[in-house]
Write a protein that binds this ligand. Structure first.
Ligand code: ZN
Length: 518
């Protein structure tokens, strides 16, 4: 261990200290390069003819809470080589100390880069000021952009997905290296052509993990015909559940018939429900008209023109996707229904009083909500023999028949049993979806073809045909360990970084910040 510390050991190696001056909060170190010849940057021949000297100011790492400014006395040399066009050149510090024209030493640049990666432009700049590193936010961002590392490792397994630059307006694409758990690139949109061009530049890719929507599959098969495409397992499970919900929606009419709520007595409805019911009747008329035209063989486009309804609506009606009588929404009352029932049972029939009691327990809805509930309740009690039976929404039925099946209340059990007895096709659909989930979970590829075969005649036939079209990709999802879960995680990280940068998250900067971290 050395006995005393020399100032020269505190500044970058290769410089010789001449003077050190304190100037307020700044330490100004005057230094020069160790003597010796320098090489001409153009022809490379050494020269020792000093033409003149000039001073370069460079910031260095702070020292004991003070900013350090290097005054580097640099030399200009004469190049005497015969054929060289350059007569005078300034000495270089070879990039080891600071780069040509840089205002910061390399070691300071490195710290600024990491601050920028971790915090983004403005927060990094204000933090840097505290650390006595004099940089502006623009400088931080510039350094982050400049120092983004090009990748060197081979890329063989990628996950691809889209993410929102502006939700519902602009989407971009993210590509991740699933082996090294790193983002590879951000592409500015999710057009098939863009993705295809990118894939074409990376022919080493062997496996592409993707979701089933969008054009990624097509882009991958065009650009990388040999690569294996893997569907995301989580999305597959989700798609299957959605298919069952659609099946329930299609079966709402037989369900209503089974539960015995086909006839709705308008006398028993509240004001809001009556409006919904009238709307429903109107919709039913429209649907009947559309179906009649469809039966007569009129094309969807023509039906749209004749009835004045959108093509999408016509298509929905023709395919049998129909809305329910009452649009059931999550009500602010749902969480308080049990307490409300208890109060009612105790004999409190005044809706204003009920609302006051609920409010004291934290209910934040309006008195009107409670009043409607009380009205409905009173009417239902009045018509005791003609009970107001409300069919649960399609979503509720789907949930009760699947995930919540083991924890049904007594009333729900009766309802579901009635539905299962009355609409056997729905039970078949549920069994098929269960089978599909089990197949994905246990990764039994061999079951796929029999499943498609069985499902093609059921309520979930359209899902089955989708699965059949994407068969290779789904089979790969069961055969390979890769999944897009990791990509989703990277998207979350991206969103966090994007939010930190407020409105300045241009894609190249986002990419530099996400990929730049070594
Ligand atoms: Zn030269």
């Amino acid at each position: 261990m050395r006995a005393n510390l020399r100032v020269s050991s505190l500044i970058p190696a290769g410089l010789v200290v001449e003077t050190v001056v304190e100037n307020g909060n700044t330490i100004v170190v005057t230094a020069r390069a160790a003597a010796g010849p320098a090489r001409c940057p153009l022809c490379g021949s050494p020269s020792q003819f000093v033409h003149s000297r000039y001073v370069r100011r460079v910031s260095d790492l702070p020292c004991s809470g003070r900013a350090v400014c290097l005054r580097v006395v640099a030399r200009r040399f004469l190049c005497k080589a015969q054929r060289c066009r350059r007569r005078i050149f300034a000495e270089r510090f070879d990039g080891a100390v600071f780069a040509e024209r840089s205002r910061r030493t390399n070691r300071l640049d490195c710290v600024v880069h990491h601050l920028g990666l971790a915090l983004g432009g403005r927060p990094a700049a204000s933090f840097a000021t505290r650390l006595m590193l004099p940089v502006s936010n623009d400088t931080v961002l510039r350094v982050v952009r400049r120092r983004a590392l090009p990748r060197t490792e081979p890329l063989t397994v990628v996950g691809i997905d889209d993410w929102a630059i502006r939700r519902n307006h602009r989407y971009a694409t993210i590509v991740c290296d699933l082996e090294r758990r790193r983002i590879v690139t951000l592409l500015p949109d999710r057009e098939a052509a863009t993705v295809q061009a990118w894939f074409a530049n990376h022919p080493a890719i062997k496996i592409v993990s993707r979701d089933r929507g969008g054009g990624y599959g097509e882009a991958a098969s065009k650009a990388l015909p040999a690569a294996i495409q893997v569907a995301d397992r989580w999305h597959l499970m989700e798609n299957a559940s959605a298919a069952f919900l659609t099946a329930v929606r299609k079966s709402m009419r037989p369900i209503r018939a089974t539960i015995g709520a086909t006839t709705i007595n308008p006398e028993l409805l509240t004001c809001a429900e009556r409006l919904q019911y009238e709307g429903y009747l109107r919709r039913e008329e429209t649907n009947a008209a559309i179906l009649a035209l469809h039966k007569a063989g009129v094309a969807i486009k023509q039906i749209g023109r004749k009835t004045g309804h959108s093509r999408q609506l016509v298509r929905h009606v023709v395919r049998g996707v129909q809305g329910d009588v009452f649009r059931t929404r999550q009500s602010s009352l749902d969480a308080y229904l049990a307490r409300l029932d208890a109060q009612w049972g105790n004999g409190c029939r005044n809706s204003a009083e009920l609302w006051r009691r609920l409010r004291s327990e934290g209910f934040r809805g309006s008195p009107r909500v409670v009043c409607e509930w009380a009205t409905r309740r009173r009417r239902a009690e009045k018509a005791s023999n003609q009970q107001l039976q409300k069919v649960p929404s399609a979503r509720t039925i789907a949930r009760l028949m699947t995930t919540a099946r083991d924890h049904l209340s007594k009333a729900d059990t009766v309802t579901i049993a009635a539905i299962e007895a009355g609409v056997p096709t729905l039970v078949d659909a549920r069994k098929l979806i269960d089978r599909f989930h089990a197949m994905i979970r246990k990764r039994t590829e061999a079951d796929l073809d029999p499943w498609i075969e069985a499902a093609s005649q059921s309520l979930v036939a359209s899902f089955a045909s989708g699965v059949s079209n994407d068969r290779a990709c789904i089979q790969a999802a069961m055969a390979h360990p890769w999944s897009n879960g990791q990509t989703e995680g990277q998207i979350n990280k991206l969103k966090l970084v994007k939010r930190q940068m407020y409105g300045r998250a241009k894609i190249d900067l986002l990419q530099a910040r996400l990929i730049g971290a070594p």
